[in-house]
Design a protein around this ligand. Sequence first.
Ligand code: OAD
Length: 250
Amino acid sequence: METNILDAVHALTRSRLTVALTGAGISVESGIPPFRGPGSLWEKIDPTEFAHIDAFMKNPARVWEVLMGAMKKVLDTARPNKAHLALAEFERRGLLSAVITQNVDSLHQKAGSQDVIEFHGTFATLVCMACGKATPSEEIGLESLPPLCACGGIYRPDCVFFGENIPMEALGRSREFASQCEAMLVVGTSATVQPAAMMPVLAKQNGATIIEVNPTPTPLTAGVTDIFLKGNAGAVLSRLAEAIPIPARG
Ligand code: OAD
C-alpha cells in the first residue's frame, strides 16, 4: 500500500479526537466549481465586486443576477459525492468527531454527517433583510431578482459575505476543536482565506497531525502538513476508508 495512505491510516486510528476542515475542492466532483484555480468562479467574476457585503447592500439585484442566482441553481440540485460519503462514514465509525466546512452547499449533511460546523454559513436558507424570516432556499424561485419576502423585504443567503464576521458559535467551536484535536484532515481547500486557514496552523501548534488531501500543494503543504495525500478528494478518501480496518465485533 502507498506509504502516505498507510501513514494516514496510522494517524487516524491512533488519534483520540479527529476533525476535518473542508473547502470547495471536496464539492468539485459534485459539479460545483471552486473559487480559485482553472475554471473557477473568481476567474470569471471579481469577488470584491460581487461577493462583498458592501456590493450586495449597494445593488442586491445585480449580485443576485450575476452570482447568487447562478450559485442557487447549482446548489439546489447538487448531490454529495464519494468524498462527502467517506467523511460521513468516518464519523459513523467513530474516526471523526466533526467537519468544519467553508462550503455553503449542505452536502456534508446530505451525505449523513451529523456534526457539521458551517464556518461560512449556508445557502440552504435565505433570510429576509427586513423582517428576518428564514425560508428554505429551494422554496424560493428566481423569476424576479432580487427574490422578495411576502413583507416586501429582500432575501439574502444565510452565508458569510466578504467583509462580514464568521458566525460566533462556528468560530468558537472550530477553535476549540483545532486546539484539542490529535489529527486534522484538511480536504480540498486552498487555505488562503482567513480565519479558516488558521485552523490547521492552530491544530499543528497544539501537536495534531495534519493530513492534507488536495491535487495540488497549498500554503500549508510545505510547513504545516505532516502527510500529503495528492489527488482528488473522492478517490483519496474512498481509498482511506477502505484502508482503515474495521474492528472485529465481540
Ligand atoms: P478554493 O477554490 O480557494 O480552493 C479549492 C481547493 O480545492 C484548491 O486547493 C484545489 O486544488 C482543490 N481541489 C480542486 N479539485 C479538487 C478535488 N476534486 N478534490 C480535492 N481538492 C480539489 O476553495 P476554498 O479554499 O474553500 O469564502 O475557499 C475558501 C473560501 O474562499 C470560500 O469558502 C469562499 C471563497 O471566497 C466565502 O464565500 C466567504
